[in-house]
Design a protein around this ligand. Structure first.
Ligand SMILES: Nc1ncnc2c1ncn2[C@@H]1O[C@H](COP(=O)(O)OP(=O)(O)O)[C@@H](O)[C@H]1O
Ligand SMILES: [Mg+2]
Length: 269
């Protein structure tokens, strides 16, 4: 994998203010379906510091995606406050929200969400067409190509998603999420559709990005995957029930080497 660009300029600015990138206070999200009222997220208070790599765990239906969608400004909370990079999200109109999302956040989903009949390169270019000010077409292409290089797919830029493996498709999605240089990457079960080896690869990319200064928040229900993160929070019935530092986190590089070795052994046996 090619090296990940360092984010010098952005970091300098933020070293001066040490405010958390995410600050939730009493955040609640209630869904109404017919007569039924459901608190998908209930009174969650949480701070995430710049440079952290956080896993959000919990059983299906515990509110992980709802919380992520609120933090990603894709959904508004019912009550409570949310400061993103020190700014109150509640006070923003739709246009300001879209702008904030495009500038600060990158999204990665379990199902990749790529355009099927569109090349890898064009998929990655897409978020730049929503940038303000608009980026010149040539620069757009260059940045997309570089982003694909960074995830090791430089030679696949003209392939369509259906010509690529699941792991390669997820790497395109990562390149797309990174192309506007976000400060925060939000990933909802990014390895949910991938086998063990490919999951390790994706976690390797995340660890490298995190080392380069990007804050990552990742939903997973697999302990094996959460083990790569620096901090693990657990939800149950919409509430935060545990929040720990993962002092002995797994390193993707080591895991991959171990897997290679095991496979080599199996072949020889
Ligand atoms: N748009 C929605 N309308 C109504 N209920 C929803 C909606 N989205 C999620 N829920 C409910 O909120 C709860 C939390 O869902 P979700 O955040 O998707 O959990 P998780 O991601 O942990 O599986 C679940 O009970 C789910 O059925
Ligand atoms: Mg979910």
């Amino acid at each position: 994998m090619a090296s990940v660009p360092r984010r010098r300029n952005k970091l300098v600015k933020h070293d001066m203010d040490n405010a958390p990138i995410i600050q939730l206070r009493g955040l609640t999200k209630t869904y109404h379906t017919g007569e039924v009222e459901l608190k998908a997220v209930c009174d969650v208070s949480l701070e995430i510091q710049r440079g952290d790599f956080v896993a959000v765990m919990g059983a299906s239906g515990s509110g992980k995606s709802t919380l992520m969608n609120v933090m990603g400004c894709l959904d508004q909370p019912t009550s409570g406050s949310y400061l993103l990079d020190g700014a109150a999200v509640a006070g923003l109109n739709r246009r300001q929200l879209a702008r904030l999302r495009n500038k600060k956040l990158g999204f990665i989903f379990q199902s990749f969400n790529l355009l099927a009949r569109t090349s890898a390169l064009e998929n990655v270019e897409l978020p730049m067409f929503y940038s303000k000010p608009l980026i010149a077409l040539r620069a757009t292409r260059q940045r997309a190509a570089q982003a694909l290089e960074n995830v090791g797919l430089g030679d696949r830029r003209h392939h369509h998603p259906n010509q690529l493996s699941g792991g390669q498709q997820q790497r395109i999605a990562i390149a797309r999420a990174l192309v506007n240089s976000p400060e925060l990457l939000l990933a909802d079960e990014p390895t949910g559709n991938l086998d063990t080896r490919t999951s390790i690869e994706i976690m390797g990319i995340f660890q490298k990005l995190n080392d380069a200064g990007i804050t990552i928040l990742m939903v997973t229900h697999e302990l094996d995957i959460a083990a790569y993160c620096k901090r693990i929070i657990v939800m149950r019935d919409g509430q935060l029930i545990s929040d720990i530092r993962n002092e002995n986190r797994r390193l993707a590089q080591e895991q991959r080497a171990a897997l290679d070795q095991a496979e080599q052994k199996a072949k020889l046996a």
